[in-house]
Ligand binder design. Structure first.
Ligand SMILES: [Zn+2]
Length: 573
């Protein structure tokens, strides 16, 4: 490719829309342009990177007997009604109608479509296991699309679905995909850590997320340096604290006037106590019925854990009217004493004495509230957000925290979709059974963004060799110098003939401009051709990653490049 023809408009300034480095660099290097919030057009260099990542994914999916399919983006509402998710998905789903008024959506995910496809064709255990995957656009109408490809409304995803006869076979599919993912991210040149996670709207019990650790990550990952336990903070298990021995001195329950103090910060400041001496009472509607969750004042409730504890279908914070009707007080003054709805308390509440709680009366709190004497709890459970500094649930270590970018996730779905949608098979004895499913996703664009987050410097992107848009750029210092221009064109032809992906910067620009663009776009190798070295029969090879440079004889340029491309930059010593 000639740089003069390449459609890669680079930018000197960072567009104001970009907040994180990968987003800034993808715009500045001319890899993509925004067309609407959370939607991007890929330009030639960006698409080349995307296609390379897709090809690595494709090879690894094929290696575990995955078969590639292509499912429709536009999906009929009826299938989503069968699974029960047409209503559940809410505003995140792009919905549309055809000219007959029939409802459709732009697929946010493809469990329904693939289950419907398989149920009409798979009859016998002999057709299993089956692993089908696609690489395709997904659509989610995010509330806050941001960070470029990190959280888009249109994004490219690889999704594989496995269909197995029993749990043991699902286990094989799951771990095959898990290990394929490890290879994929390694080949893409980025370290992704598998962590225990929550399955969210997809469903299922066992799931791992693959996290690239980076400060710009939207997720908090907790990990134990002692035993290797790692989990998304929303999923990380809490350890019930040991019960403190010895009965505390119980003071008399006392109502105090606390005008305008409705948050933990306000009430603890007003009364001169610490947040950990207060109990937060949060009212929820679980399947429409009010329940209360009790959390220590300095802790945060984890709604995922509360939902699991309650085993409810829907869980939402109670509205102001419900709170008033249930507690007799406006928002901010609920407390466990005298409350006649089920009370679910985090384990930490067990060790509290003489606590500050809401009085179920406007502008009033109770001090010296004590468990058993003043209120009873329906169930103690692990309900709070686990945090860095908390004990490890697997060993005696202490959890540390790091930000993570989720680039992939693997799920054991079980029979959630096959039961709801009637995807069954006949086993050896002729008995009809639901197929056991798994699903496995990789965000292709997000992986590219994560690679940039981990591979850049102040001058631009540093592509790993395997996914660089082009491997080599040839930069003659001056195209007006006939000797340089001739040598550059000759090398360009030789490299192309050898199968090297190469760009020749044939523009009539100052060398500084050309070097800046080469560094910004991030070509792993640059060959600089200048008059002086040329007179000595040499060209200069520069490694983008280390900035290491060396003059090599012209005849040695191609063999050196081939060695580096084959064995990596570190082989060039
Ligand atoms: Zn541990």
């Amino acid at each position: 490719m000639l740089m003069s023809q390449l459609y890669s408009p680079t930018l000197r300034e960072t567009p104001s829309e970009a907040e994180i480095i990968s987003h800034k660099l993808m715009l500045r290097a001319g890899l993509m342009r925004r067309s609407a919030a959370g939607m991007y057009a890929f330009l030639p260099l960006g698409l080349r990177v995307i296609r390379k990542v897709e090809q690595i994914i494709r090879e690894e999916m094929n290696a575990i007997e995955g078969q590639e399919v292509l499912l429709p983006i536009v999906q009929p509402a009826e299938l989503w009604e069968e699974s029960g998710r047409w209503g559940d998905y809410g505003d995140e789903m792009f919905r549309l109608k055809d000219r007959q008024g029939r409802q459709f959506c732009l697929g946010p995910t493809h469990e329904e479509i693939i289950t419907a496809l398989v149920r009409s064709e798979v009859r016998s255990y002999r057709q299993l296991p089956l692993r089908l995957y696609q690489i395709q656009n997904k659509y989610r109408d995010e509330m806050r699309p941001r960070f470029g490809l990190m959280r888009g409304r249109e994004f490219i995803m690889k999704d594989m679905y496995s269909f197995d006869r029993d749990d043991e076979a699902l286990d094989q599919s799951y771990w095959a995909a898990y290990h394929a993912y490890e290879r994929i991210f390694q080949r893409c040149g980025v370290e992704a850590h598998p962590v225990e996670a929550d399955s969210g709207a997809i469903g299922g019990d066992v799931t791992h997320e693959f996290m690239v650790l980076a400060d710009s990550g939207e997720d908090l990952v907790l990990f134990c340096p002692s035993c290797g336990y790692a989990a998304n903070a929303e999923r990380a298990e809490g350890v019930p604290p040991a019960k403190v021995g010895g009965a505390p001195a119980m003071k008399a329950l006392t109502k105090v006037h606390t005008p305008q103090a409705s948050t933990i910060e306000q009430i603890s400041a007003f009364l001169g106590v610490n947040p950990e001496d207060c109990i937060k009472t949060l009212l929820y509607l679980a399947d429409g019925k009010p329940v209360a969750a009790l959390i220590r004042g300095d802790h945060n409730l984890n709604e995922i854990k509360l939902r699991k504890t309650l085993e409810c279908e829907t869980l939402e914070l109670a509205d102001d009217d419900t709170i008033l009707a249930t507690t007799g007080a406006p928002v901010g003054f609920a407390g466990p004493v005298g409350l006649s709805i089920p009370l679910y308390a985090d384990y930490a509440i067990q060790n509290m004495a003489d606590a500050v709680v809401g009085a179920n009366e406007g502008d009033h709190h109770l001090i010296h509230a004590n468990l058993d004497r003043d209120f009873a709890v329906t169930l103690f459970a692990d309900l709070r957000e686990t945090e860095p500094g908390d004990p490890c649930p697997r060993c005696v270590g202490t959890l540390e925290g790091a930000r993570g970018i989720e680039v992939g996730q693997v799920f054991k779905l079980g029979t959630k979709y096959s039961r709801a949608m009637g995807a069954t098979f006949l086993d050896e004895s002729g008995a009809e059974k639901p197929v056991i499913m798994g699903c496995y996703g990789i965000g292709v664009g997000r992986t590219v963004a994560a690679v940039i987050e981990k591979n850049h410097d102040q001058d631009g992107i540093i592509w790993p060799l395997a996914i660089a848009p082009y491997q080599v750029i040839i930069v003659p210092v001056s195209m007006k110098d006939e000797a340089q221009a001739q040598a550059a064109r000759k090398l360009y032809q030789e490299l192309k003939a050898a199968g090297v992906e190469v760009v020749l910067d044939d523009r009539d620009e100052r060398p500084g401009v050309k070097f800046k663009d080469a560094d910004l776009i991030g070509f792993p190798l640059r060959v600089t051709i200048g008059s002086r070295s040329l007179e000595q029969g040499e060209m200069e090879i520069v490694l983008r990653r280390t900035k290491e440079k060396r003059n090599v004889p012209i005849s040695q340029v191609l063999p050196d490049i081939e060695t580096i491309l084959k064995d990596g930059e570190s082989s060039w010593v």
